[in-house]
Design a protein around this ligand. Sequence first.
Ligand code: F0G
Length: 403
Amino acid sequence: MKYTVKCWECGKEIENHFLDACPSCNGSLTIDMELSHLQGTSPMDLRSRPIGVWRYAHFMPIRSEPISLQEGGTPLYDCEKLAEEYGLRKLHVKFEGANPTGSFKDRGMTVGVTRAVELGCKVVGCASTGNTSASLAAYAAKAGLKCVVLLPSGKVASGKLAQAMFFGAKVVTVDGNFDDALRVVKELAHSGDLYMLNSVNPFRPEGQKSLAFEILDQLDFKMPDRIVYPVGNAANIWAAYKALKEWQQLGWIDELPMLTGVQAGGSAPLVMSFAHGQDDFIPVKDPETIATAIRIGNPASGKKALRAVYDTGGVMTAVSDREIIDAQFLLGRMEGVGVEPASAASIAGVKKLMDEGKIGRKEKVVCVCTGHVLKDPDTVIANCGKVLKASATAEDVRRVISS
Ligand code: F0G
């Protein structure tokens, strides 16, 4: 696959493979894929390969055998009951919890870790609110690389922490939030201690493009009106935009769906700038939310995410912790789909935007639910009723469940 790494801001070509920002203007990096060999083909031609990230290998900047755990190929549920509850024509949920480590991060990590191996790196690392660290730890194990993960102290859900430890990463909690951890891991990368696999590494969003490709594939290339993403560090919604633009450039699709981003109320710098029509944003100093995965005040791909939303006619909105938990439980109890709080932000966002009349009842909407409910069992248990207790007799159990 031919490609060029470029600065997204000034267009400068980047030769040094270890940079995470433009040496001239400090802009974020992106990858230009050379796709001209696909002119005259159709996305149907890709269907001979199994569904998953590597069905879309033409769109991935990788030339070697991928380090893969068979990521992607996750279900797209037609949530009829929830759609009826909300009064919406169609509501699909793309359930990314079904990935190998239980979140969408595996899509970017198969590409990112394969890239690390291509470059001959021995140590990989990231800052994370949890899922990136779980995913990186698993792919590093598969690739035989050492792995270091930096987590915000006390704010990582237990399932994610367990995964990173289980897969053998060196797990370091730092005294600060995700934004602090990202600053530190960048420093470690710059001094050559590790190869950084946060989403500022432009190879990561390339893998995450497959999420959008797959949604269209599963809808038989009939475009939904809107795709809704929870937004934290803001790379995933940007990856969707990049994916859709590439298919548009090939003439594989015409219109783009309205890309819609949902942040948690206590961590919503992009929602504030969207409200004022601004291209840039002011970071939030002390981000807070129950949805710890998106507890981020200074999203690294924030400007790119805003572009994705403006360019497709989408919106950005913020939801409260209460709205997130209500949406999480509604999805679970109505549709049998278990997602973590950050993922439920997309569902909560749909409800909010419908109530405000910003999503029309006739729309066909896809919500991306990014991680599995088991990632954060403590929040679930804290928000459920009590477990019933009985002695070990049928009679007593009958008494307890009928009271
Ligand atoms: N949902 C989940 C479950 C996440 O873990 C994340 C990000 C997001 C949504 C937001 O995606 O950052 O691309 O806007 N988690 C990162 C991590 C920050 O470290 O695991 P984004």
